[in-house]
Design a protein around this ligand. Structure first.
Ligand SMILES: N[C@@H](CCC(=O)N[C@@H](CS)C(=O)NCC(=O)O)C(=O)O
Length: 342
């Protein structure tokens, strides 16, 4: 082959490859979501208050609300979510493989999950801690009395790891009974296969009332860990991560500024510059994220601010009846703090 012919074929192949890459490479998660017209959201298989089907079969909970807020912000419609229930041990793999766009699965933000599992956490939507529920017949008043106990826990959780740490540190023996999901853990506890069940404390009260006789069980006062629960995305798409994170800040910011699903239309007329910027009346914050300027308006109008979400899911008007506690706004002595939209 003559030199010029060879050069021609090499150039053609290079162009061909470039063309192939250009068409097969994904434009990005945000564009994929917009084209699909749906956010694919990974949630738990059923955890009342966080993500569980309600009596009409609709997904409900704090994590579910966050998925819906992202859909409202990105697609203008909170109903454009496909919920994928996932066991704990599969939830991060689903993000890594691109099977879901967002994980909102009562997942604790830890170093190893970010450094090794290819995920980035968005921001804490519920500060929790690990607790224990015991059979009343054991006569146990404190964790220190649990040496030698059989402990029910779920695989693929921080719960399992904290349990090992705590008993080792306190030179106490225990027998783990490790199951696949919460439903199996409460069944095992009910059937007397373990003396104590440990999990994020937000769950224990909900699990206790599911027992045939809730008075047979008590929740011990001690918490053994910090469980900052946070939605997460895959760590390979900065634009998507940034957009999702600012939906999270926007709903907290809305609560700080007194903007609710009920008054948001009225608030469009305010001359408070902070609210104008939040609601897209001025300064084009949404466009900077690749969204519309109504992104926060849509999330607040269709789903609510953070306080509204909390209240009707895990809070006083929801299934768990929890107080805000550390999950209150920073201005009320809690840890929730929305970064400035400007
Ligand atoms: N926050 C901890 C614990 C998570 C957790 O509690 N997972 C279980 C319960 S132990 C769960 O999601 N249950 C609902 C289900 O089984 O789908 C973590 O991220 O590892």
């Amino acid at each position: 082959m003559r030199n010029s012919t060879l050069k021609f074929w090499l150039a053609a192949m290079a162009l061909g490859f470039a063309g192939t890459f250009a068409t097969s490479a994904s434009a990005g998660t945000l564009q994929d979501v917009q084209q699909r017209g749906q956010v694919r959201c990974g949630v738990s298989t059923g955890l009342p208050g966080f993500a569980a089907p309600d009596d009409k079969g609709h997904w409900a909970g704090l994590d579910v609300d966050f998925c819906r807020a992202v859909a409202a912000a990105v697609l203008g419609d909170a109903n454009k979510v496909q919920f994928t229930p996932l066991p704990d041990k599969e939830r991060f793999t689903a993000l890594q493989t691109g099977a879901i766009d967002l994980l909102a699965h009562n997942a604790t933000w830890t170093l190893t999950r970010e450094a090794e599992l290819g995920v980035d956490f968005i921001g804490v939507n519920f500060y929790d801690g690990q607790g224990f529920m015991v059979k009343k017949s054991l006569g146990v008043k404190s964790l220190k009395d649990l040496s030698g106990a059989t402990v029910c826990t779920v695989t693929g959780t921080t719960t399992e790891l904290n349990l090992a740490d705590y008993f080792r540190a306190h030179k106490m023996k225990y027998t783990p009974l490790v199951v696949d999901n919460t439903a199996a853990s409460i069944t095992a506890f009910r059937d007397g296969r373990c003396d104590t069940l440990t999990s994020d404390s937000s769950q224990l009260a909900a699990l206790r009332v599911k027992l045939p006789d809730p008075n047979d069980a008590v929740i011990l006062p001690e918490l053994i860990s910090k469980e900052p629960l946070s939605p997460a995305v895959a760590n390979n798409d900065k634009q998507w991560e940034t957009a999702v994170r600012w939906v999270y800040f926007a709903v907290i910011r809305a609560e700080e500024l007194g903007v609710t699903s009920k008054n948001v239309d009225e608030m469009l007329k305010t001359n408070n510059p902070l609210i104008q910027r939040l609601l897209g009346v001025s300064d084009h914050m949404g466009q900077k994220l690749g969204l519309t300027d109504q992104f926060a308006y849509n999330a607040i109008k269709q789903v609510g601010n953070y306080g509204e979400m909390f209240d009707h899911t895990v809070g006083e008007h929801g299934v768990l009846g929890l107080k805000r506690g550390v999950n209150a706004l920073w201005t009320d002595g809690g840890l929730m703090y929305g970064m400035p939209l400007r």
